[in-house]
Design a protein around this ligand. Structure first.
Ligand SMILES: Nc1nc2c(c(=O)[nH]1)N[C@H]1C(S)=C(S)[C@@H](COP(=O)(O)O)O[C@H]1N2
Ligand SMILES: [Mo]
Length: 427
């Protein structure tokens, strides 16, 4: 016990020792600390041998496809019921407050459907490439999987992420303020390889990508993006795509609005201009104060948020504290993140942890001390293109409050002396 408490602060050490005493003295002697009380009551705590160590467990393939421990059942996707009329044209958010590292497990990737999830038989699925190409082609899944594959870790974010908060703070949870965001290792084929096989004609400047779901959702995408890094993917995090994510095939436009990553991909048409007659080009626009609208705002600009503390992760103990969060940018790599504890008056640099990859979630961390001070805690990310995450005031000055999409401003959490965390805005 002496060794384990070596690096703890005085407060923590006192707690630690008190808990130690409770093992011997039982619940009655302890009072305050809830962990200590629980330990006095449970026969599963030291010095007792817990019950699971006194019997045999379950054997192999009890769960042929494994699931998380039943004690983690609160870590799930959630939706905001009033957002949309029906679940088949709605959105669910990833529990980013509970996730570790940068990869989103497949069962927790956020979902966005315009007409629900189709149940597609991969043997009957086809991808057609046509339009301004020399050889129109139809691929089976088997055809596509014969191409040399690439695997890349990329985030996907719906541009409506945070969109409920343009006019004021509204959601009392990180899952709802920032959870339209996930990051997976995707495996597939660069679209330019498939287009080369079809032979793009020189007038070919845009593509239309279309899904096989009931919505047949489609988007127009400029050819420069496709030549740069667009993928046609069939796998995520080591297994075939989940139905929710577009099984058996989806487009992936790294760093761009999630809606351009067409799921259940069935058709690519090459043309010389965007498909203005299709409703999607008018839908994904940003309404400005003067009544005009921005369109083709494809890039998900640099953004970040503190994931701990946050409303779901209040500060539970005084003493040392790791402030952690996620940063991402559709332009390239995260270069750095600064943290403010006083609502943006002063800043200190955080550390980037683990992998720092192009258009992937990037985790940051700052070790500090909390002794019950009220905080207005913020993170401000910047990327290798030189873009710095704006304040909410700067964003509103430029864009007004009528937008839904592309709200990437610096986010503020208010930490109370109790350690509770609230969603607030500084304007
Ligand atoms: N065919 C099709 N593709 C689609 C959609 C859809 O409804 N149908 N939703 C889009 C939107 S708006 C987003 S944000 C992303 C979400 O991807 P995900 O559900 O894998 O998180 O898928 C996009 N691709
Ligand atoms: Mo979206």
């Amino acid at each position: 016990m002496q060794d384990a408490s070596e690096h703890l602060t005085t407060n923590d050490r006192r707690d630690f020792l008190r808990r130690g005493v409770s093992y011997v003295a039982g619940a009655a002697a302890v009072g305050g600390a809830s962990i200590a009380t629980a330990s006095g009551l449970s026969t599963n705590l030291p010095p007792n041998e817990p019950q699971w160590g006194r019997q045999l467990g379950t054997g192999v393939v009890e769960n042929p496809y494994g699931l998380p421990s039943r004690h983690e059942s609160q870590v799930v996707r959630r939706t905001v019921p009033w957002l949309t009329a029906e679940a088949i044209s709605s959105i669910s958010m990833s529990p980013i407050q509970d996730l570790k590292g940068i990869i989103t497990p497949n069962g927790l990737v956020f979902e966005r459907y315009h007409a629900g999830v189709p149940d597609i038989n991969p043997d009957e699925h086809r991808l057609m490439i046509h339009g301004l190409v020399d050889n129109p082609l139809i691929f089976t899944m088997e055809d596509l999987m014969r191409f040399p594959s690439v695997s890349e870790i990329k985030f996907i974010e719906c541009p409506a992420n945070g969109g409920m908060e343009w006019r004021g703070p509204q959601m009392e949870a990180l899952q709802f303020t920032h959870g339209m965001l996930s990051c997976c290792e995707w495996t597939g084929v660069p679209l330019k390889v498939l287009l080369d096989a079809a032979g793009i004609q020189t007038e070919g400047k845009w593509i239309l990508a279309e899904g096989a779901d009931g919505a047949h959702m489609s988007r127009s995408i400029p050819i420069e993006k496709i030549l740069d890094d667009t993928l046609v993917v069939y796998a995520q995090n080591g297994e075939m795509l989940r139905p929710e994510q577009g099984y058996p095939l989806r487009l992936l436009n790294p760093g761009w609005e999630g809606n351009t990553s067409i799921k259940w991909l069935r058709r690519i048409e090459v043309g010389d201009q965007p498909w203005h007659h299709r409703e999607e080009t008018s839908k994904y626009t940003d309404l400005m104060e003067d009544g005009r609208a921005r369109r083709f705002t494809f890039v998900q600009e640099c953004n970040s948020v503190i994931t701990s503390p946050c409303p779901e992760n209040p500060i539970r103990r005084k003493g040392f504290l790791e402030v952690e969060g996620l940063a991402w940018t559709g332009r390239g790599k995260i270069k750095g993140v600064d943290i403010s504890f006083d609502g943006g008056v002063s800043w200190q640099p955080a550390q980037l942890k683990g992998l720092v990859l192009d258009k992937a979630l990037t985790r940051f961390s700052l070790m500090t001390q909390w002794q019950g001070e009220p905080w207005l805690i913020q993170s401000r990310a910047y990327d290798d293109s030189g873009y710095v995450q704006p304040t909410l005031a700067q964003l509103r000055e430029q864009r007004g409050v009528n937008s839904i999409y592309h709200k990437n401003s610096i986010h503020t959490w208010q930490v109370a002396p109790t350690g509770e965390v609230k969603n607030v805005q500084i304007t």
